[in-house]
Design a protein around this ligand. Structure first.
Ligand SMILES: CC(C)(COP(=O)(O)OP(=O)(O)OC[C@H]1O[C@@H](n2cnc3c(N)ncnc32)[C@H](O)[C@@H]1OP(=O)(O)O)[C@@H](O)C(=O)NCCC(=O)NCCS
Length: 200
């Protein structure tokens, strides 16, 4: 399959309702919770150049966006979704890789983290250099943890005073990848310049 995986632009705003419905339905299917986001929030992410969209022609097939927490000390790649009929072809891996590269370009000093119960995401994160960590290593930004309020397991999180839950925390710490950071610097500078030129 041949997909176009790119940084989302204003022309993709029309897909936001479909993206949010797909995310919500996938959570229902899995019986898990999600950090529910309003359309305006996702639209803002797209306008800020902080979202990745995968397209098959004119059809949206996958999505992911970047969030900053703890005054830019942490970045999370959230809302990862691939439409059911397009799964199992490496699409999520490609979307996450692009979101990871964009996060590294925009916030080179930030730690990148995620919370997941899914094996696919664990595999993808591991391939990008994330390692499993306890929640103590993640952001303590209350606004991030507020996102968990819409999860079916929120009671587990609060009962444990936000120290553990059913999700595994995974973290990419740039200070542990200094060689990679140095190597990628030129690549990321080029990516940012291209994005900047496009948005002018
Ligand atoms: C999770 C999801 C994004 C995966 O999308 P995908 O395009 O099928 O994933 P990929 O094809 O890129 O697979 C990535 C890796 O995960 C593995 N994988 C994919 N689906 C899997 C599954 N259901 N169980 C176990 N492993 C799985 C693949 O084998 C691959 O591993 P590899 O690199 O070792 O070969 C997709 O199933 C989805 O949208 N699910 C609903 C939303 C969701 O769970 N989002 C994540 C929230 S944290």
């Amino acid at each position: 399959m041949n997909f176009n995986i790119q940084v989302a632009t204003e022309e993709h705003l029309k897909y936001v309702p479909e993206i949010l419905t797909t995310i919500e339905n996938a959570a229902k299917d899995r019986g898990t919770g999600i950090a529910k986001r309003k359309p305006e929030y996702v639209e803002k992410k797209i306008k800020e150049g902080k979202a990745i969209i995968a397209m098959d022609g004119d059809n949206f097939v996958g999505f992911c966006y970047i969030e900053c927490w703890g005054h830019g000390q942490f970045v999370a790649n959230s809302g990862l979704i691939v439409k059911k009929e397009y799964r199992g072809h490496g699409l999520a891996k490609a979307i996450k890789k692009k979101a990871f590269e964009l996060s590294r370009a925009m916030f080179p000093c930030a730690k990148i983290f995620g919370l997941t119960t899914g094996l696919a995401v664990m595999k993808i994160n591991t391939s990008l250099g994330y390692v499993p960590v306890t929640f103590s290593e993640l952001t303590d930004d209350p606004d991030f943890w507020k996102g968990c309020e819409s999860c079916v397991n929120y009671d587990v999180l609060t009962r444990n005073n936000y120290t553990r839950c059913l999700c595994t925390g995974m973290l990419y710490d740039p200070s542990k990848h200094k060689w990679q950071t140095w190597r990628d610097k030129r690549k990321y500078t080029k990516l940012l310049t291209q994005l900047w030129e496009k948005r002018k």
